[in-house]
Design a protein around this ligand. Sequence first.
Ligand SMILES: [Zn+2]
Length: 338
Amino acid sequence: MPYPFTIHHLRFTAVVVTDIEMGEFKGSALRGAWQSHLRTLYCAERGSAARGAVDPLHASLCPVCYLLSREADKSDNRRPYAFEPPLTPQSRFVAGERFSFGMSIVGRAIQFLPYIVLSVQQMGETQGLGRAIHSDRRRGTFRLERIAEINPLAETERTLFVAGDPMIQMPQSPVDEAQVAAASAAWAARLADAGNCLTLEFLTPTRIIHAERLVHRPTFVPLLARLVDRVITLRVQFAELPPLSYEEKGELLAWGEQVELVRDETVWWDVKGLSTRLGRPQPLGGFVGRATYRTAEWARLLPWLLWGASAHVGKNAVKGGGWYRLAAPAERTWKRDT
Ligand SMILES: [Zn+2]
């Protein structure tokens, strides 16, 4: 039995203990701190794991190697998680303040939830997060206050953990195939009533490389191509479902060719991060804002767009890049012509 394809959405709420400076691209700080903490804490073979020379038995049993061993891969597609950074422009959080962030966890990787939770908690309390702004090169710290499971398609939220209670509930309502199918049908009907115009709202920098070139505008085919790459890789790796055939992918991209970008309200957010591994600034920039598309037939494309809203698209997906949502036609609230 193949493991079903699912994406769990967790939402962490934290209280700042000592001031935290996360920089402009907060997902990068979160992911960097979490990854290094997870590795230090739980992997006995981290030296060999970093060199990609780990024993296969260890690799299949160790949560760190399962979650992070694919880090050496150049694309983010094979990584079974994605951070959802706080969307506020604020980058510094002072003692006593609260902030929250999300993490999407794909398919089988959810079995390692206890490690994920413990590493987030300990990263906050001991190693800290963001820039080393305190004495002795210490980072700011936080205390985990609450973890909730949310399901953006079912619009549900359930508490899994609250500080002070030693119990943690396992999540039980991930985004799954049935929900994506139902949501796709509902969206198709809604779009048909609205002139078949669909608006995507890119919440974090979306960095798409197509035919080896950086794409500066949210044109549809490059976006769809990267979306299909990410979702298919995750399905194959973490749910053991078959890949798309060459013909199936070609057919899907042909549907994508029919989609016209009718209104581009995105801007380029040029942001750089520092890669500790590479020791040099890393370009993280991408487009953010709204883009509206039109096509006569959305039905085949909607499931991919809905999965992508959970998995993120493009470069830096795991650090929170390429996070977008489908906006209802009536939701036009900003930049309205008056
Ligand atoms: Zn390991």
